[in-house]
Design a protein around this ligand. Structure first.
Ligand code: NAX
Length: 322
């Protein structure tokens, strides 16, 4: 059997990880013949809860799960890893201003960025899930000068998957029939689910659905508000769907998209007027363990105004920290 792949997961005691860890141990990322080692990072006060999760992982007797490490030390968690899911972050507490929330998380991702810079495998893929995910990823990149920034992305895939299902329902097709959907921008209510290029079985979705009012007044705002709707219904934020999206994004990034598009938030090199250094949701294709941004799309006035709004928010988050 091959050497276990080392996967670090932060926020291991939290609710997303309560789904994510079991999916990883089941082989949902690397497949059914690749053993793995899990490195679980959480705060010192969460170690008892992590121990409980570890006991449950053990009780599943996953054949692929060769080793589990529990730690509150980022350097130990990231040492020589092949992949890392950065899920843990500081939630907003009562009376906390947005700026304080940004600053508290910036501190976490600064520390983790430095640790990754020093000890992570150079080909490791780092996926930031913890919010504000895009800005946390930018902070991490800025604090990991010797680590390739293209090996860092933040999660926009949950929003992409949410839009896929709504579009497939409306068009009465399978989610797998849809290609060229894009979710642009920040993982926040300013995100823009864009059907301009989307096709189902090769035919433009905007023609199949032919309802511009539904697109602009129902789809786009509903995808943006979906997280809130789930909190209202479930009394807790999305967890299993977030874990699923994290695996989808990482798996496509590693194993490729077969010429299809997906959405990833990656460091901007100035495409589409997105300022360099921001981590922003864009259309990508993945191949050979790497992504490439789909470039050269013509954006109309509506698309530009939507994109500008979400970029403005990302710039605001960056400026609030500087
Ligand atoms: P939980 O509050 O259940 O768990 C968070 C865990 O992170 C806790 O165990 C906490 O102790 C740990 N933690 C805090 N600071 C840490 C640090 N410095 N190092 C290691 N661990 C640390 O949150 P959960 O529901 O699991 O959500 C986790 C994060 O994902 C949140 O920030 C949430 O907003 C974000 N989400 C991001 C999504 C995305 O699409 N990008 C969607 C889902 C989710 O809302």
């Amino acid at each position: 059997q091959s050497t276990p792949k080392k996967i670090a997961v932060t926020g291991a005691a939290g609710q997303i990880c309560y789904s994510l860890l079991f999916r990883l141990a089941n082989g949902d990322l690397y497949g059914k013949s690749q053993p793995i080692e899990l490195r679980l990072l959480d705060l010192p006060q969460a170690q008892d809860a992590v121990r409980g999760v570890v006991m449950e992982l053990e009780d599943c007797a996953f054949p692929l799960l060769h080793n589990i490490v529990m730690t509150d030390d980022p350097r130990q968690a990231f040492e020589g890893v092949d992949a890392a899911f950065l899920v843990g972050s500081r939630p907003r507490s009562k009376g906390m201003e947005r700026r304080d929330l940004l600053a508290a998380n910036a501190e976490i991702f600064k520390v983790q960025g430095r640790a990754i810079n020093e000890v992570a495998g150079r080909r490791a893929k780092i996926l930031v899930v913890g919010n504000p995910a895009n800005t946390n990823a930018s902070i991490l990149i800025a604090n990991a000068p010797d680590f390739n920034p293209r090996q860092v992305s933040s999660m926009i895939r949950l929003d992409h998957n949410r839009a896929l299902t709504q579009l497939a329902r409306k068009a009465a097709c399978g989610v797998g029939d849809i290609d060229k959907l894009v979710v642009w921008g920040n993982h926040s209510p300013t995100m823009f689910a864009d059907w301009t290029y989307a096709t189902a079985a090769g035919r433009p979705l905007s023609e199949t659905i032919a309802d511009d009012h539904w697109y602009k007044e129902v789809l786009i705002p509903e995808i943006a508000r979906r997280g809130t709707a789930i909190i209202e219904a479930r009394g807790a934020s999305s967890a299993a769907s977030a874990a699923n999206a994290a695996i989808d994004q990482m798996r496509d990034w590693m194993h490729g998209t077969d010429g299809r598009w997906t959405s990833m938030a990656v460091i901007s090199q100035g495409q589409y007027g997105i300022p360099e250094g921001l981590v922003c949701g864009v259309p990508v294709m993945c191949e050979d363990d790497d992504y490439s941004v789909v470039e050269g799309l013509d954006l109309d006035g509506f698309q530009k105004s939507k994109l500008d709004k979400t970029i403005e928010e990302l710039v605001g988050e960056r400026d609030a920290l500087s």
